[in-house]
Design a binder for this molecule. Sequence first.
Ligand SMILES: [Zn+2]
Length: 432
Amino acid sequence: MEKYYQKELETMPREELKKLQSEKLVKQVRHAWDNCPDYRKKMEEAGLTPDDIKGIEDLHKLPFTSKDDLRDNYPFAMLAKPLADCVRIHSTSGTTGKRVIAYYTADDIRMWDECCARSLAAAGATREDMVQVSYGYGLFTGGAGFHGGSHLLGSTTIPMSSGNTDRQLQFMVDLGTTVLCCTPSYAAYLGETIKEKGIKNDIKLKAGIFGAEAWSEEMRRDIQEALGIKAYDIYGLTELSGPGVAYECSAQSGMHVNEDHFIAEIVDPETFEPLPAGSKGELVFTSLDKEAMPIIRYRTKDICVLSDEKCSCGRTFIKMAKPMGRSDDMLIIKGVNVFPSQIETVLLNNGYQANYQIIVDRVKNTDTFDINVELTPDKFTGNLGDISKKEKELVLALKSMLGIMANVHLVPPKSIARSEGKAVRIIDNRKI
Ligand SMILES: [Zn+2]
């Protein structure tokens, strides 16, 4: 039987839900106008006041918010409550200069935890379950979100954090973990290790919730097989709270958006016109209940499709498909956001030209990350020891910028394939 955490809200008739969203949107916009100079300025530029927003039918009139808006207002300008009312912060992993700081009041944390509790309940978790949270803890929202959700649901929470695979597996066996929360690539790695150690019969897992990076249906099948579980997807952004903005149910065919807290829209990435359900476009979110940091029409840059078809689980919330790509050139490698512009900055700062090629693949469910960099004629000495030393220097400089290691290969000048005179920058061989 389908399990819910807040059945009345999760299965609310659509007409009632729209009424609730309208009431909340009017309040959220007023709150942003009154307390965030940036929102007020943008609304004034668009010739709007809060009185123009009477319900969700007026949502499309509001200006968009971008990641740059949040970065430009670092660290405090997006804060809509006194700092003393905030009980926690988290932050994005952004390495392009300023990070985005997310602020939470106690009620914001409660809302976020409830979203994660809904996700856990939809995956079948109850107070009888042992939930191993193997997402990173800290500024990253993965660990904290599931930790809070598991507490609310009354499950027994194991705050493992990421890494230390031997300890992960020992606890999983000794304590009889039944629900695992981590990135899909780590779940796949745990699955392989379990196979190598021959301990599959000692594992009592029944479900896993995996997010924070893209994964394919093939990968879902592999993980389900290796761990003997049902594997569920989840979606979220630090800017909106963290994991749990949308969550998968027993149908395993898309993620229900927590529409009592967030409105999802799909817009044309070029004209920004809203598109009807079923259309492919950029996913945009508006928060309805956030106190410390209201978010109005946030452009996620994720390309996605929404479906309003009735779901077998009984939930009435709209469903989003797995994001199919990005409207910018961001790559997600090993769960970390990588922009080609960051790599260019490092190359130029180190005396190279921006002639490089990023090659990403997935081997045994783990991302590989290689960068071929053309030597400039003056650096092309033909001395192998010298090249090896230069490669190591670049690996360190890139690690410092990106936060992850890349395999750097220095190649002769003009050896990278050109398309219309420009080096072909990205070769992504992952099948996602
Ligand atoms: Zn469903």
